[in-house]
Design a protein around this ligand. Structure first.
Ligand SMILES: [Zn+2]
Length: 587
């Protein structure tokens, strides 16, 4: 995937030793050795972000006790020259040994965490690189704490060396998280690949069932791309009281799960959906990728307008894979699709932010939400998933069921990952989808990708003889256009929807609602009750406390525009529409 030019001295050898002298205090001790140095000084850098999670996280904030010495143990001067770079004056010493500690106490799939029970090493926050030597291989040896017995990672073990691994370059190292502890490990074979599942944190999962069901997902996804590029794949699963989310890597993934939810249908399918999502990424984003997403700049934001394809289409496929492998019935799949439709339709930000902009600004908007995000932002996951469905339906329709989005993904993978060995541009993705479908996608891009035109669901679903119904369409329920919740015993406004009654009359987020139309309200239920006694158009007075000052705000209730959606089969669908429905939903 990555270019492999060796711009720096080919003799350099970089190795790491990670040990844990104080796991209970959440520290990793890192020793980094650079051999074959010929330079007067070395700039050593800690990445600021973890690929796949588009936010600058400033991992160097957790580094302390940085020191450098030569191979013969003479201390070398080192000073920080910016937030994530240490400059070491080497005096051209052949070997430079660097020591530092990393504090690791943030629970997430993209940050490291260490305690007495285990160490999860998220590599971009643990391993530094030498500026200019990022294409060099790295050897990593792990010294587990004395009570820990197992290591799980996608890195290649070095034969004959205990707990030692090889990364062919730093992109591979940064794409290979490491779990050290006493995790429960089981394996399964699928698509000719050995898969390891490393469960940390316990849980009521059934190994036999997971082995069979995860294998079905692996086979189903491999069938799209017709090849599985890995020899070995690792699922690192962190089970918490309440957990979720995942992060994709080259030949591994880290998943968060709720430890006691495996025995419920919702919890189990949710976990399988997460497996399907992160596994799909091993093609879409880790190999088939937008141009900006690799080789990476680890010190800065990496901008792309195509996260709606990289993430959104992956989100489209995760549920679709559960349908194709029969974990969801066709009806259930359409119900799940309606969840995305509800989010996009009911979020005013979908009328403000095009999904290409949502991708580009992920760093400052999607990953840094505030109280106004619902009004100004749309998620490239939810809208991207819908655009995946729409494009799939359009291609199926244009080719009378002969081709679909699968064919675009496979052709893109073959052309840009395998043949050209580079990322694609937005124009190249569009051109491939046009080539396969025979359609012009000018309007799709103008209206849906780079614009905020309403998605014309019934035209696209119509190709499959399906209709979207908004059950709230004819209802005329009164609404103040706000969301409130009880916090510290106070009923506080948490959202004011753009264009709603509250927005127009000046209700603010954080206003404490004291009374509505003369009635004291102190819970959401009481608030809803008072509003439900009114009619659309009625004027009401809301008494609020804003930063300790009492205000009386008058507003006219408007009809609640929140949609409630379901998809229904058209009883008069033609044979052609039914054929497309069958192809799409694998009936
Ligand atoms: Zn994803």
């Amino acid at each position: 995937m990555m270019s492999s030019l060796n711009e720096a001295s080919a003799q350099s050898e970089i190795s790491f030793k990670v040990s844990f002298s104080e796991p209970q205090a959440h520290y990793a001790d890192v020793e980094m050795k650079v051999s074959g140095n010929r330079k007067e000084f070395l700039d050593v850098k800690m990445p600021v972000w973890a690929p796949g999670s588009y936010l600058v996280r400033e991992f160097s904030k957790n580094v302390e006790g940085f020191s450098a010495k030569s191979g013969d143990n003479a201390s070398l001067p080192a000073e920080k020259i910016n937030k994530n770079t240490w400059r070491i004056v080497t005096g051209k010493k052949d070997q430079v040994v660097i020591n530092y500690k990393v504090y690791a106490f943030e629970v997430s799939v993209r940050t490291s965490f260490i305690d007495e029970s285990h160490a999860f090493l998220s590599p971009t926050g643990i391993f530094m690189y030498v500026d200019g030597l990022i294409r060099q291989p790295a050897i990593v040896s792990i010294v587990p704490h004395k009570n820990w017995k197992k290591i799980s990672t996608g890195l290649e073990p070095v034969k004959g060396k205990l707990n030692t691994y090889l990364a062919s370059d730093f992109d591979v190292l940064y794409d290979s998280p490491i779990e050290v502890g006493n995790q429960d490990i089981f394996e399964f074979e699928a698509a000719g690949v050995k898969h390891e599942v490393a469960m940390y944190g316990g849980g009521n999962y059934n190994k036999t069932r997971l082995q069979a069901d995860m294998a079905r997902i692996v086979e189903e996804e491999t069938a799209i791309f017709k090849e599985n590029p890995n020899k070995h794949y690792v699922f690192i699963v962190h089970n918490y009281q309440t957990g979720g989310g995942g992060l994709e890597h080259l030949n591994s993934t880290v998943l968060g799960a709720s430890r006691l939810s495996y025995d419920t249908d919702k919890g189990y399918k949710g976990f399988l959906g997460l497996v399907a999502h992160e596994y799909f990424h091993l093609w879409n984003v880790k190999r088939l990728r937008p141009q900006a997403l690799g080789p990476f700049d680890y010190s800065n934001e990496n901008y792309t307008r195509d996260l709606w394809v990289a993430e959104g289409f992956t989100a489209y496929y995760d549920n679709l894979m559960l349908r194709r492998s029969s974990f969801y019935s066709p009806e259930k799949y359409l119900e799940v699709l309606c969840d995305d439709i509800s989010i996009v339709q009911n979020q005013p930000g979908s009328r403000i932010q095009p999904v290409s902009e949502s991708s580009f600004d992920a760093w400052i908007k999607y990953y840094r939400p505030n109280e106004n995000s619902k009004n100004s932002v749309i998620s490239y996951y939810n809208k991207g998933a819908l655009l995946g469905a729409i494009l799939d339906l359009e291609i199926l329709n244009a080719t009378k069921g002969a081709k679909g989005l699968d064919d675009v993904m496979k052709a893109m993978y073959d052309e840009y990952y395998k043949k050209q060995k580079r990322g694609y541009t937005s124009e190249e993705f569009k051109a491939m989808a046009e080539k396969i479908s025979g359609l012009s996608l000018d309007n799709f891009y103008r209206d849906y990708v780079n614009g905020t035109a309403p998605l014309n669901y019934n035209v696209h679903l119509g190709h499959a003889g399906l209709n979207l119904i908004n059950e709230n369409e004819s209802k005329n329920n009164p609404s103040a256009g706000i969301v409130a919740a009880v916090k510290d015993g106070k009923l506080l406004i948490s959202t004011v929807y753009r264009g709603g009654a509250g927005w127009n009359s000046g209700l603010n987020v954080n206003d404490e609602i004291i009374a509505v139309d003369g009635y004291r309200v102190s819970s959401v239920a009481e608030y809803d009750k008072v509003i439900s006694l009114k009619k659309t158009g009625d004027k009401i007075t809301v008494l609020v406390s804003r930063d300790g000052i009492i205000k009386s705000i008058e507003l006219a209730l408007v009809a609640d525009s929140t949609g409630k959606f379901r998809i229904e089969a058209d009883k008069n669908a033609t044979a052609e529409q039914i054929l497309i429905r069958k192809k799409w939903l694998n009936i």
